[in-house]
Each structure stands twice: as C-alpha cells, then as structure tokens.
Ligand binder design. Structure first.
Ligand code: PLP
Length: 349
C-alpha cells in the first residue's frame, strides 16, 4: 500500500454488528467470531481483541499460525483451527488450540501428535453435508468415532457442519437437507460416543435465514464486517471498513478519447478523469474498472473506468464533484461494494 492509502476500520461499527448478531441468537448460544484470513483482510489481532472485549465466546481461524498469533496477543478463549496443516500440529496442540476434524487421516495425525505431546486437544468433528470442502462423509462417521473412542487425548466437545448456500433462498431445500443430515449425524455420533456433543452449523447468512438451527454456537464472519448478503438485512448492519486513497492526477478528456490499457473506456462526451493511487499491490483487481465499481470522491459517487495499472485506478467524475474533491478518495464505501476487497489480497476462504 502506498503511504497515502490506508484501510480504516470502525470499531464502533464492529460493536454494532456484534450486538446485532447477538440479538438474533438465543442467549444460551455461543458466538464464535470467524477471524480467519487476517480477519477478512483487516487486522487479525486488533479485531479479535475488540471482539474478545465485546464478549465473543471463541474464535475461528483457518490456520495454526493465526491461532498462535491470537494466543501471543493474550487471547485465552477457545480458538478453533478450521483447516490445520499437519506440519505445525505440535505447536497448535502445545498452545491449546481446538481443531476441526476434517478428514479421517487428519484425526489419525492429530491423535498421534496429541499423544506424543502428552496433551488433550478439544476437537470439533466436521461433518461434510454438501459443501464438499472439508469434513468427513456421513458414511465415515462410525470409523471416526471408533478412532476417537480409542484416543482419549482427543476430547470430542463439538460437532459442526458448514452450509453451502445459506444466503440463497432458491437453494432453501438444499440447506434444509444439509441441516437434516447434520442433525441425524450428530444423533448417531452421540450414540456411538455415548456422550453429549455440542453443535454449530450456522455462518452469518445461516444466522439471518436459519435461526432455528443456531444450536449451541454459531460461527459468524462477514456480518461482523457489516454484510448480511442481502440488501434488506444489510440495513441492520454497518460496514466496518473503508479504503482511503488520494487522487494523483485529474485530467480532461474529449469525446472519443480513451482511458487505460487496451482503450477499455472510451468517453462519449468531454469529461474529467481522476487517477487514484491504488492498484494490484493493494489487492484491487483490474476487473473492477469495468464491473460498475464505484468510489466516493469527497462523498460523491464516481464510477471506476478502465483496468488498473500497477498503481492506478481511474474514477470518472463530473466537474462539480471534482471541484469539490480535496484529493482524497474513499473506496470500498458503505454498501457500494460488498466484500470485493476482502476477496482481493486476503481471499475469503
Ligand atoms: C467453516 C466456516 N464457518 C464459518 C465461516 C463464516 O462465514 P461467514 O463469513 O459467511 O459468516 C467460514 C468462512 O468462510 C467458514 O469457513
């Protein structure tokens, strides 16, 4: 990022979103804050500390290193590693992290490591009910439970699944079938283990659309950042991040003149074009210039045009806006572009 570009995060908005999510789930249901991928491209430690202070019950990260960073920052609540890498399991077990059991092989590896470290790890059995990313298949449940029964160094506290389409109403039937498979799998696992196992299944859109399945915990990420994947529900949330940059040039072009590589944008009338000091290095994808992406220049919407170079994105502004522009540009503004940027440099997993 250039010296003139910064990502601002509103902790007030974060608190607002946290409280709103809390209001949607039963008081007895735990809220797990999903802070993987550098807290969706923001600041893992800063946001997690804030969420810890707000009362989040636990945290979810993708990798062990993220969990270790939270432990080093003084977070002592449970931290679930969703996709632990085999080669750093020792460090994760020693730090008392929880693990999602995402394959039969992984259960065996973790059991060996916990045994060798003489530690007990809390584990969350991840049942793949249709997303087909991570998790054991329902047909593998018996084998998983028999390994767990033979591995007292792994404490099966929870069972989880991840929904494939909780934001898509057209796929309501698919989501319901995922939840039904999960409920049946959980019942079977409790029988096999002879113990009570807590459950979590809902991500943010799950909380908004399938509140009846909140179970003992929910895992929310994007709604903490202010998005509900639905324009109506979005109104209850506040986007927490703004990407702020500066205008490095303002030029006038005539009708027929073009902007950017491959003449991607051709002006139909005389207009002013501002060059913004942002580009690939900031996680800005070149497709943003021709996908209706907008920026705010001094509080006014301006369309991005053209693809970006190493460090510039072009914004098309009317003269009135430019007169008022004070060389400061606010990108990723409230509600204008959802999580496009978190899908940039730090890809949302
Ligand atoms: C397993 C798991 N649970 C929960 C979440 C949070 O999802 P969302 O950001 O939609 O709340 C994620 C994020 O992708 C995830 O991978």
């Amino acid at each position: 990022m250039s010296a003139n570009t910064r990502l601002e995060v509103s902790l007030d908005a974060l608190a607002h979103n946290y409280r709103h999510l809390r209001s949607l789930i039963p008081a007895s249901t735990e809220l797990m804050a999903v802070v993987k991928a550098n807290a969706y491209g923001t600041d893992l430690v800063r946001l997690s500390k804030e969420l810890d202070a707000l009362g989040a019950d636990s945290f979810c990260v993708a990798y062990i290193d993220e969990g270790l960073a939270l432990r080093s920052a003084g977070i002592n609540k449970p931290i679930l590693v969703l996709h632990a890498q085999i080669d750093s399991l020792e460090k994760g077990v020693d730090a008392g992290l929880d693990f999602s059991l995402y394959s039969l092989d992984f259960i065996n590896h973790l059991a060996e490591v916990a045994f060798s470290r003489n530690k007990q790890a809390t584990v969350h059995l991840n049942l793949n009910t249709g997303l087909n990313r991570l998790g054991i298949k329902p047909a593998e449940l018996e084998q998983a439970c028999s390994t767990l029964l033979a591995s007292p160094q792994l404490y099966l506290g929870w069972m989880m699944t991840h929904l494939a389409a909780s934001e898509d109403h057209a796929l309501h039937g698919f989501t319901q079938s995922q939840l039904e498979q999960f409920i049946a799998g959980h019942k079977r696992a409790e029988q096999l283990m002879g113990a009570t196992i807590k459950r979590h299944a809902l991500n943010s859109s799950g909380v908004h659309n399938y509140g009846h399945a909140a179970f003992e915990a929910v895992r929310t990420g994007i709604s903490l950042h202010g998005f509900a994947n639905d324009p109506v529900l979005d109104r209850h949330l506040k986007p927490i991040s703004s990407l702020i940059s500066t205008l490095s040039a303002i030029r006038e072009i005539e009708a027929g003149e073009s902007v950017s590589y491959n003449r991607l944008f051709v002006a139909e009338k005389p207009m002013k074009i501002a060059t913004i000091g942002l580009g690939h290095a900031d996680g800005i994808h070149r497709s943003l210039g021709h996908s209706g992406f907008e920026v705010l220049i001094n509080g006014q919407r301006a369309k991005a045009v053209g693809n970006d170079l190493y460090g510039s994105l072009y914004g098309r502004c009317d003269p009135y806006r430019l007169q008022r522009a004070r060389r400061s540009t606010h990108l990723w503004p409230a509600k204008l572009c959802r999580n496009d940027f978190s899908a940039g440099r730090y890809h949302r997993l």
